[in-house]
Design a protein around this ligand. Structure first.
Ligand code: IVH
Length: 705
């Protein structure tokens, strides 16, 4: 997000920033709603949305068809049937402070031309996922997630397994769609993660993700085993009105057998609404489930009907969000963690403190400059205040992200407090830790002799886009790393596990707790299955700094085979033909070339790589030469939902084939790839006569089917 004040933006800058915000928010939405894996915090998301709204308010002519202000959530995930909502499932406008709430009340009364006070309900905003339950003749016939607001996922079988959701209703209207939030309590969340951990399964980041991941299971049996709950807070289509007011309608839902939130109250205006906001905020930590604000709704349903909706939000309701959470506590110490590429990351060890209902005892301190009170360019941050062990520091937690140390209270600093000296040796292996010019990070130079780097590399090696060995996740490799009977210290050791285990007599894996005959046989089979591995995956899995997925693909495509790659890189010293060839590859720069050749020419690294490759059959990567790829030199735009790959992957592959990927359709566009839910871009392409194909057509075109 640009930090230029909106009033200083030129029209061109505003247009460009709206385009960036639209794309960024679309990615964030997809990560949150479709993949259940948020990439940015709620506070950051809200900040982006607000910036978008402010720019649009100043430049109404620039509002995009795909503007985030017109959208709700994200398109449906693959694998579920789709249900078109009879009444759209909308989102809520946000209020961030008392003035926003007063404005909301003013706007509502102005719209209605209502001089006197208006009554509103106030209730917690539950941090879960919304669900629409359709009852016909009192029977639950359908349950759908919100999806993009128009079309949701059919999760009927899953919803039936939730105890709070009645299967039949007595005395309900003939048609009734009940809407509410599916959520998981803190206690159930903790117990679920405990079970997941013991089973070596996915650990959920927070109760919301756990609830979403549990509801959106293709196997309803799994949903049934997860402790989900449901609060009803509204309705969609109804054959007869439930009541005349919001408050009575909710009471009616409670009488029909739904759980409704006990903190719902009726308020006679903004003062009472704010009082209830404070009361709910004060109870937040002890509620036992996550809430992220308070929702106010106009109580009179006839007035709600008159107020109606904007494109994505009702005029009659607003969500008053809780601020990002802060607390002050003592900094007990600073630990240095060593990452996969040797980066030394300072972590604050804190006297445990509750920040918005979550006990925080660690927080990130980013890097040595941050501790010293400077940014990467040497300019002061926090007014230049440094952070010292023993200081009182402010801890900040926004959404799901790792807590941060935001500020320090100098008035409480002890007289003998010493400035923190960042180590210039790796705390794990003692090797020198150096900081390259222009790099904010200090790194251990120990490479594989550093145990911390070795473990992180193994975790990376088995990760999803690398070897992705079933049953051998980050937790398991770490366990094997410390194992005395069956140690795995380097990737090659994974491929000798079965043979070494066979020689272990009574101490075999199958005799261990949590393993047994079947799971140890399964693990070895899963490892065997990955002995044949495509070159690009292998290169990515090696975890060489600057060699990410895209670089690995570019390298694999260029060199084709392991033998060709290895021979070239081993001999690529600056000045040689091999070096020049490497640097001439589109997408390979000096930094990548240096990092790659350094790894291959370092004897210890090289020995580990050779030992690994001896166990593998590296599959050549057959890519069409860019010049004769059917999309080389073409400008391609992706729109709508891609079902077989992520946007990031589609873009990387198109670019690898020599195409240019653009964000919007123009006369320069050669090809539009439109998935389900394509909107304005598809229309624009049709208007301009741009060729449009679907995802399968695209995969066929690039020869990827
Ligand atoms: S009312 C017309 N009430 O918040 C919109 N929503 O940000 C009706 N939510 O999609 C929504 N608690 O998933 C409403 N008490 C509450 C809520 C609530 C949580 C969620 C809901 C909605 C989202 C909007």
């Amino acid at each position: 997000m640009s930090d230029k004040a909106v009033e200083h933006l030129s029209e061109a800058e505003a247009r460009a920033e709206l385009a960036r915000l639209s794309a960024g928010l679309a990615d964030a939405n997809r990560a949150y709603h479709t993949l259940d894996a948020p990439e940015i915090s709620d506070a950051e998301y809200d900040a982006l949305k607000r910036r978008n709204a402010v720019i649009e308010a100043r430049f109404p002519a620039l509002v995009r068809d795909d503007s985030p202000s017109r959208q709700v959530g994200a398109a449906v995930a693959d694998g579920f049937g789709k249900i078109a909502h009879q009444v759209r499932m909308l989102s809520l406008e946000n209020a961030f402070d008392d003035a926003d709430v007063a404005d909301f009340d003013d706007r509502v009364r102005k719209y209605l031309n209502h001089a006197g006070a208006l009554a509103y309900t106030a209730e917690p905003k539950i941090d879960g996922l919304s669900l629409s339950l359709r009852y016909e003749a009192g029977q639950l016939v359908q349950a759908a997630t919100r999806g993009d607001g128009e079309v949701g996922e059919n999760v009927t079988d899953n919803a039936r397994t939730i105890a709070d959701i009645p299967h039949s209703l007595h005395g309900a209207p003939k048609l009734l769609e009940v809407r509410g939030e599916v959520y998981m309590s803190h206690a159930d969340f903790a117990a679920l993660n405990q079970r997941q951990m013991q089973a070596g399964d996915k650990i959920f980041a927070n109760p919301r993700n756990a609830a979403a991941g549990s509801l959106r299971q293709l196997d309803a049996g799994i949903t049934a085993s997860r402790p989900l709950r449901f609060f009803a807070y509204g309705w969609g289509a109804v054959s007869d009105a439930l009541a005349a007011t919001q408050f009575d309608a909710i009471a009616r839902l409670a009488a029909l057998g739904f759980q409704t939130n006990p903190l719902t109250v009726l308020c006679d205006g903004p003062d009472a609404m704010l009082a209830q906001y404070r009361a709910i905020e004060a109870q937040r930590a002890t509620l036992g489930y996550d809430i992220d604000g308070v929702v106010y709704k106009v109580n009179d349903l006839a007035l709600q009907a008159r107020l109606g909706f904007r494109s994505a939000t009702p005029r009659w309701a607003i969500a008053h969000k809780f601020p990002a959470e802060l607390a002050w506590t003592e900094l007990l110490g600073i630990d240095i963690q060593v990452g996969r590429t040797g980066a030394l990351s300072p972590v604050a060890r804190l006297r445990p403190v509750t920040v918005g209902g979550v006990v925080v005892s660690n927080a990130t301190l980013h890097n040595e400059d941050y501790i010293a009170g400077r940014d990467a360019k040497g300019n002061p941050i926090r007014g230049g205040k440094d952070i010292r062990v023993g200081d009182w520091v402010q801890v900040y937690r926004a959404g799901d992200v790792i807590p941060k140390v935001a500020d320090v209270d100098l008035t409480r600093r002890k007289n003998d407090a010493q400035p923190y000296v960042f180590p210039n040796e790796c705390p794990e292996c003692g090797s020198p830790a150096l900081r390259e010019a222009g790099d904010a990070v200090r790194r251990c130079t120990g490479g594989l002799i550093c145990p911390a780097q070795a473990v992180e590399r193994l975790r990376h090696f088995v990760s999803r886009h690398a070897f992705d060995i079933e049953g051998l996740g980050a937790k398991q490799v770490e366990m094997f790393f410390h194992d005395t009977d069956l140690p795995v210290k380097t990737p090659a050791d994974i491929f000798t596990l079965a043979a070494r285990d066979a020689a272990n007599g009574l101490r075999r894996l199958k005799n261990r707790d949590g393993f047994g005959e079947t799971s140890s046989a399964k693990l070895f089979a899963a490892i065997d299955a990955k002995r044949a591995i495509p070159l690009d995956r292998l290169l990515f899995a090696l975890g060489i700094r600057h060699v990410g997925e895209v670089a690995a693909q570019i390298l694999a495509r260029h060199y084709g085979t392991w033998e060709g790659f290895e021979a070239a890189i081993t001999h690529a010293l600056p000045g040689t033909d091999a070096w020049n060839e490497l640097l001439a590859i589109d997408g390979v720069g000096q930094t990548l070339a240096e990092s790659l050749t350094a790894a291959f020419q370092n004897p210890a690294e090289r020995a580990a790589i050779d030992a690994l490759v001896a166990h593998l059959t590296v599959q050549p990567v057959v890519w069409k030469a860019v010049s004769d790829s059917p999309v080389a030199g073409k400008t391609v735009v992706f729109t709508g939902t891609l079902e077989k790959m992520t946007r990031a992957e589609a873009k990387a592959r198109a670019e690898a084939l020599g195409a240019k990927v653009a964000g919007s359709v123009s006369a320069k566009t050669d090809l539009l790839v439109a998935g389900p839910g394509a909107g304005s871009k598809a229309k624009e392409a049709a208007r301009l006569g741009v060729q449009t194909i679907d995802e399968d057509g695209w995969l066929a075109l690039i020869g990827a089917t």
